[in-house]
Design a protein around this ligand. Structure first.
Ligand code: UT7
Length: 314
């Protein structure tokens, strides 16, 4: 089995920290020092959609492998913000012309992409499917309270995609995944009957931060131990891009050199399920991540949920 192909898509509209500081009581300096974020991209109502972003990322990912849409067996859209609550994966199938594939959505917030890759791997290892497109896409800007300075500074929109395919070598080296529903109230986007819709995103930032800096290193250590790797054997760590301080803290705790910690949070903010494949796409496109490199990707977020996957790229 191999994980290969990469694609990423961002909406054109940029919102800078300075622009946010004109709407809520915040500053570029606060946002940069507390999160590492400088700007984020958002889908503007009426122009652009989750499906459009996901399609662009998917086309790039397929093009980079040479696998044709008609060869794809399964499309897994990992997203918490589909254009359609019944799921948006079928629209990606249609848009790509991947008519042989079955397509469905998988929701696990910011852990979605990692859960999607692990799910895809089971279908590959069982021999059920040969080519699975895993897309991570979110447009959280639709669900942010733009008056809440605790959350509106964090999120951005985007999509990223990879292909998981059968191969003579199994390049999935290890994985772990977990859920703790007790923490569901710390970060959610619940149905609100009084609004006949959904409440804006709620997050207890401090508690979620504490959860992340505890569970992420534990998960990495678990995967490394089970797969007989040392932290330094891994070429790249791609953590969910939630906060630069979380990435720095994890690097320090594991003794990982900071340059191995992939980061594009300054330009895109927290893009939820898109965050890991977008960062992977950035580094693969620039030639920093190369075929054969060992990558540890770790997602974490609402649920609470978290999970990691160690694989050899390409
Ligand atoms: O994607 C899912 C996973 N998500 C995460 O992992 C997010 C984890 N949490 C975080 O990244 C951080 O908790 C935040 C970036 C959300 C907040 O940073 P913090 O250092 O934990 O700040 P805080 O919530 O403890 O707030 C510190 C102070 C407070 O003021 P007082 O009470 O000390 O006077 C806040 O009211 O900063 C204030 N504050 C702000 N000030 C300026 C909160 N948000 C802002 C803001 N601008 N945007």
């Amino acid at each position: 089995m191999r994980i290969w192909g990469h694609g990423g898509a961002l909406p054109p509209q940029i919102i800078t920290n300075e622009q946010l500081a004109q709407q809520v009581d915040t500053s570029d300096e606060w946002i940069v020092t507390r999160t590492g974020i400088k700007e984020r991209r958002v889908v503007v109502n009426g122009s652009g959609s989750l499906v459009a972003l996901a399609l662009e990322a998917s086309r790039q990912a397929l093009a980079s492998t040479g696998v044709a849409p008609i060869e794809v067996d399964l499309i897994l859209l990992t997203s918490s913000t589909p254009d359609d609550l019944f799921g948006s994966a079928a629209q990606i199938q249609q848009g790509l012309g991947a008519y042989r594939s079955v397509a469905f959505d998988l929701t696990a917030a910011c852990s979605g992409f990692v859960f999607g890759v692990i799910t895809a791997a089971q279908f590959i290892r069982s021999g059920t499917f040969r080519h699975i497109l895993v897309v991570g896409a979110d447009v959280l800007s639709r669900w942010v309270d733009w008056q809440d300075r605790g959350t509106c500074i964090l999120f951005g929109d985007g999509a990223g995609a990879v292909l998981v395919s059968s191969h003579s070598r199994d390049n999935l080296l290890g994985f772990a995944m977990a859920t703790d529903g007790k923490g569901g109230g710390l970060l959610n986007l619940p149905y609100a009957p009084d609004r006949s819709g959904f409440a804006p995103i709620f997050m207890n930032g401090k508690e979620v931060y504490r959860f992340a800096v505890t569970k992420v290193p534990e998960t990495i250590e678990e995967i490394l131990a089970k797969s007989h790797h040392q932290p330094q054997d891994v070429d790249w760590y791609i953590l969910h891009q939630a906060n630069q301080r979380i990435m720095d803290a994890v690097a320090l705790r594991l003794g990982v050199a900071p340059h191995k910690m992939v980061s594009n949070i300054a330009q895109v903010g927290n893009t939820s399920a898109a965050s890991i494949p977008l960062a992977l796409d950035d580094y693969a496109r620039s030639g920093q991540i190369k075929p054969g490199d060992k990558i540890m990707a770790v997602g974490f977020g609402a649920g609470l949920s978290w999970g990691g996957v160690l694989f050899q790229w390409g």
